[in-house]
Design a protein around this ligand. Structure first.
Ligand code: ATP
Length: 249
């Protein structure tokens, strides 16, 4: 496996308090990896270190073999709360990150139409955020990250605030995009079942200072689908195993 993201003994402290300690893991090309861990263990911080939004203190974090020192256009970031600007329509919101970054390549008309189609937003290009459902707004936020054509998608609890049905739908759309484009995805989630449903591997973190205590490979057949995959007894076994590791069963 050629590592796209490689962490070796990475650590981070804020105001002298250790948040992350000795984090080591490798994430390969086109892998879908989720991160689970107790609240406050440093999951968002870890994603921000990988994204180059925050410097790490100890160890190393490499992206395609180079030390991460600053954000890269090859990494797209989807935050917990979306970054949509209310006065811009869907099209302009999708292009926001590209337009703000002189190094980013603007998708042409055909590529933008394809992105809108992939996101299920065709016909809503001229709508403004207040005219969209919560799920649609989340899809625009994912689209903002995809518009730059990144190799890696870093997602920080992007579906946390959504109802179960919308969450299932967006999970399926995410899997479809991932399967089609073979992107590397690193997803922070609080949902054990979401992590099992989507991932090739689940990294389980300890209490703060967070470190990776388990790397669980999810050997469920693909393509996956919420209803059939959840009926697979192996799915339940993974959920039980991860719940035990998380101390919630
Ligand atoms: N910029 C910062 N300055 C100071 N402390 C910070 C900063 N960012 C995060 N922290 C602290 O680091 C710890 C880890 O925060 P982080 O958001 O990474 O955890 P998390 O695992 O993502 O939490 P949650 O699951 O609740 O979203 C928390 O105690 C938080 O207060």
């Amino acid at each position: 496996m050629s590592a796209v993201i490689s962490m070796a003994g990475a650590g981070k402290a804020f105001d002298g308090r250790k948040v992350l300690a000795n984090v080591s893991a490798e994430i390969g090309a086109a892998e879908f990896v989720s991160v689970l861990g107790p609240s406050g263990c440093g999951k968002s911080t870890l994603l921000r270190l990988i994204a180059g939004l925050e410097p790490f203190d100890d160890g190393g974090i490499l992206f395609n073999g180079a030390v991460v020192q600053a954000p890269s256009p090859d990494m797209g970031f989807v935050f917990q709360t979306s970054n949509l600007l209310p006065w811009l329509n869907v099209r302009d919101n999708l292009l926001l990150g590209v337009d703000l970054d002189p190094a980013a390549k603007r998708p042409d008309v055909a590529a933008l139409a394809e992105l809108v189609e992939t996101l299920g937003l065709t016909g809503f290009e001229d709508s403004h955020p207040h005219q969209l459902s919560g799920g649609m707004r989340h899809r625009v936020a994912i689209g903002q990250a995809l518009a730059r054509g990144p190799q890696v998608l870093l997602m920080d609890e992007p579906f946390g605030a959504l109802d179960a049905l919308t969450r299932d739908r967006l999970n399926m759309e995410l899997l479809r995009i991932w399967q089609r484009d073979r992107k590397t995805v690193l997803l922070v989630t609080h949902s054990i079942s979401e992590a099992v449903l989507l991932s090739d591997r689940v990294l389980v973190m300890s209490e703060r200072p967070g470190t990776i205590i388990e790397d669980v490979r999810i050997d469920l057949p693909r393509p996956r689908d919420p209803s059939t995959t959840r009926e697979d007894p192996a799915f339940g076994d993974y959920v039980v195993r991860l719940s035990k590791l998380m101390g919630v069963s």
